[in-house]
Design a protein around this ligand. Sequence first.
Ligand code: HAM
Length: 409
Amino acid sequence: MLQNPKGTKDIFSTTWYQQQLIIDQFIQLCKQMNYQPIQTPIFEYSSLFQKVNNANTDTDTAKEMYIFNDSKYKYALRPENTASVVRAYLQNKLYANNENKFFYIGRMFRHDNPQRGRYREFTQLGVELFDEATAASDTEIIMLAHQLLQRLNISTELHINTIGCEKCRGNYITTLQEYLKDKELCNDCKKRLDNNPLRILDCKVCTFENVPSIYNYICDECKGHFNTVQKLLAAINVPYTINNHLVRGLDYYSNTVFEFVFQHPNLQLPITLIGGGRYNGLIKQFCDGIDQPAIGFAAGLERLLLALELTNQLPEIRAEDFIYIVSQNEKEHAFKLYNTLIANGINAQINFHYSSLTKQLRTAAKSNAKYVFIIEEDEVKNNYITIKELTTSKQQQISYLQLFSLLQK
Ligand code: HAM
């Protein structure tokens, strides 16, 4: 079947370069803030993601995984990269080298219903920071995400929330379950009521009024942490909205969670370009002895591109000028020149055929070449090259010596 799978895309020419420009901005920013690259496999043992997104709860990401197996093990195409980075961090004992700030760029896979901005294969640009659970590290991560969007000139609304810590969240969950038990819930939320009631707040189908606010239930430490994050964001002029329905779709979060949301008249619903949060308990879940808090985010590359497209800001990718080398009977000499041009960093291409010069010149005229270099018997015998400028059709003969002194300039 000559058809790419549903929810995937072929990326080529201009779009490929446009994506690359976004990636370049991201890498530059991460390097500037001393984040180190990390690359993990595209698939992992499926137990990794199931452990992280507790498979017993109704976690969308766990449900959405592409699972496959060999005779011995079950694997999953990664639905996200935080779990993989944590695994790599622990397995390679990166903490022992004081390496604690990482960035990644990679394809992720989720078996979800595709729609605009939601694909089955997509690319995330993400960062993970392993450090003490301070409000300053939360702010750094949000600042990095904000800087990325600033550099791309994409305006969004930043939503932040706290979901408290392991200790204090329990009080709120009991109150929330009590409040929700006689409310009308969708089928998914009915299941969530017992094992993941917080996610109900995030449901796109159910709506509630006067939901008890988590801020009345969390401990003083969590409140203080969240207040300091807000003060630091204000200090760096990053505007935010507190959204107490924001809980995020993955199970591992604690304390600060955030999303950068993009709206546009051509979009039916706002889309989240960047989502992240703190996950203090996750590493302990893998390695009992290591109590290492962490925070991070991931941005969807395709969604960033969509936002640029909708705001008419897609970067212009100019086709590069080329030299087009043609020759009917002197391919060896032509190739020698071609090789020298390429070795000297000059853009060039050669006509592969032994067809007539007229035909080769016609092909050259249709390409994005600026100059055609002609090499035939006379040129070889008398050691020169005929150069034709395609826009003006002006032709001149120059010696190899002149050519190389010209190229040096
Ligand atoms: P997430 O909210 O699941 O978080 O995904 C982060 C971003 O990836 C989204 O905001 C969106 O831009 C993009 N994204 C997610 N799913 C799709 C999709 N199906 N198609 C296109 N883009 C998509 C995470 O993945 C966490 N690991 C983020 C994180 C890092 N939290 C802490 N550290």
